[in-house]
Write a protein that binds this ligand. Structure first.
Ligand SMILES: NC(=O)c1ccc[n+]([C@@H]2O[C@H](COP(=O)([O-])OP(=O)(O)OC[C@H]3O[C@@H](n4cnc5c(N)ncnc54)[C@H](OP(=O)(O)O)[C@@H]3O)[C@@H](O)[C@H]2O)c1
Length: 494
């Protein structure tokens, strides 16, 4: 990382008393401080609705960091950081509070020499994005000299194409595209950044990375937990908006993209967006053969029992919100013609895991195993919680018999790195400070993701689902297995 840039700035966190700030943002900032990556003039202006002093907020921040940081709490580092945290209580909707905010930020600029540079981080519910940006425009942001003002928008970016377009139109009134950071924290994960390196820095992957040699690709992201206390949000989102529109389609674009002609931000994003533009539309006509949706029902075993989604807190007892999605997706271009990308994501699955499985075509059974098929080569990119690369190939079993068995090479990145594997938010916050938006979604990526997802949601609206249709703690509805079985394939659980 380039450490020569002047990173002086104030990070203004809207929603500083919320879950995201406590679990992710504050620990990430502490970790940056721990690694000496923050400048002397880095200030946090924490904004929440609750009434409290900066001193009480610092105590709260201390506890959050102690619980969630990957580095131990060290007094010297904390002392250095804590006196640069300020708290301001305000309601996002009150105009006069923004006038006060600007005055506080101005005093901070003067006191701490932050050069007037600011990052406005929207760690708030999506309905608050627009009013805050609007009021920042009216009362806070003044384009002055060489100062920069950047905005970070948490996901979800809109709830459909129309609302995303509207939100974007509001943002561009205030911030230039280069100063707009639409965060998808998956993009900050180490193995996601590694996908391009694996593909484009290895002679034995890139030449095979096409429909001639690849049979199919599976992208799975499962969570063990249910909806927890986020029922209010999830009811309006569902797995499609929460996971597919952002994380899953970002993975598809990284796996499917052409090599960029440069590693600069725009070259990479240009290639990613081409993939999203080339996704075959799923509409009313082909919805049945390409999609499965599910919702978990209650389940009980000797070991544990789970509530069904409809029994969860702040969820309607007749909810039709999907907690599981499986899709068969095609990228309509020369490289990927005819190669299905099977995507699945769900809550209350048997384990938490995100991985990409590249299944290579089977070799013709001419020499070996004429009567029994050889196992296909598999390349597995593990994103979380394990990070690494797993490769399965065929080898002779030691012994006198000519027996061929699949064997595995397993590179575990976080076994090697241990707790030192950086958190996604660390990398992303640091990138915003440096003005590098490569790991953030550009507007057209968001736009084309919504175009694809909106068609499916529209087609689903015309048909009432038969929910619940899978038991909590299982791998999803049986229709998801049928989706692949019809193509003579099945989901691979490594
Ligand atoms: N939590 C996560 O792990 C996670 C992960 C990915 C994305 N996100 C996204 O991050 C955003 C924040 O999520 P969260 O889980 O942190 O939400 P949260 O725990 O509900 O926190 C919301 C924050 O907004 C503040 N707030 C709400 N209405 C306000 C108002 N009218 N005026 C002033 N402050 C107000 C709350 O302040 P008070 O508490 O003081 O009332 C609180 O600080 C959401 O867009 C979410 O989708 C969250």
């Amino acid at each position: 990382m380039d450490t020569n840039l002047d990173l002086s700035c104030t990070l203004v966190i809207f929603g500083a008393t919320g879950d995201l700030t406590h679990r992710k943002l504050l620990p990430a900032i502490y970790n940056l401080q721990y690694q000496k990556l923050l400048p002397e003039s880095f200030i946090i202006m924490a904004i929440g609705r609750k009434n409290k002093t900066s001193e009480t907020y610092r105590e709260e921040a201390y506890k959050a960091i102690k619980s969630f940081s990957r580095f131990p709490m060290e007094k010297e580092i904390w002392d250095d950081m804590s006196h640069k945290i300020y708290y301001k209580s305000m309601d996002f909707l009150e105009n006069e509070k923004y006038v006060e905010l600007e005055s506080s930020l101005k005093s901070i600029d003067d006191k701490h020499n932050t050069k007037g540079n600011r990052i406005y981080y929207m760690a708030v519910a999506p309905e608050n994005f627009e009013p805050i940006i609007d009021k920042l425009h009216s009362y806070v942001i003044k384009r002055e000299g060489k100062t920069w003002h950047r905005v970070v928008i948490e996901k979800p970016f809109g709830k459909d194409l129309e609302s995303a377009q509207y939100l974007n139109s509001k943002i561009v009134e205030v911030f230039q595209e280069k100063n707009t950071y639409r965060i998808d924290h998956y993009l900050g994960k180490e193995m996601l950044q590694n996908i391009m390196v694996l593909r484009f820095a290895n002679m034995f992957f890139e030449p095979l990375w096409n429909s001639k040699y690849i049979d199919s690709i599976q992208i799975s992201s499962s969570e063990k937990v249910g909806v927890e206390d986020r029922g209010g949000y999830y009811e309006k989102a569902g797995a499609m908006r929460d996971m597919v529109q952002s994380h899953m389609l970002q993975l598809v674009s990284l796996i499917g993209m052409e090599p960029p002609n440069d590693l600069d931000t725009e070259s990479i994003r240009n290639e990613k967006v081409k993939v999203l533009k080339a996704l075959k539309k799923i509409t009313q006509e082909n919805i049945e053969e390409n999609t499965v949706r599910g919702q978990y029902g209650a389940s009980q075993s000797d070991k544990e029992s789970f509530l069904g989604y409809r029994e969860e807190n702040r969820v309607s007892a007749i909810s039709d919100t999907e907690t599981y999605v499986a899709l068969k997706v095609f990228i309509e271009n020369f490289r990927w013609a005819g190669v299905p990308f099977y995507i699945r994501t769900g809550k209350r699955m048997p384990e938490k895991s995100t991985e990409i499985i590249i299944q290579f075509k089977s070799i013709e059974n001419i020499l070996y195993f004429k009567e029994k098929a050889l196992q296909p080569n598999l390349l597995v990119i593990r994103i979380q919680p394990k990070e690494g690369v797993f490769f399965q190939f065929n080898a002779k079993e030691p012994g006198t018999q000519q027996k061929i068995i699949p064997v595995q090479m397993d590179f575990c990145q976080n076994c090697r790195m241990g707790i030192n594997s950086p958190e996604a938010y660390e990398r992303l916050i640091y990138d915003v400070m440096r003005g590098d938006s490569t790991l953030f979604a550009r507007w057209d990526e968001v736009e084309y993701s919504w175009r694809f997802v909106d068609n499916i949601l529209e087609a689903w609206r015309n048909q009432k689902p038969d929910f619940p249709n899978y038991g909590a703690g299982t791998w999803g509805p049986k229709e998801a297995d049928i989706l692949l079985n019809k193509d003579k394939r099945s989901w691979i659980n490594i």
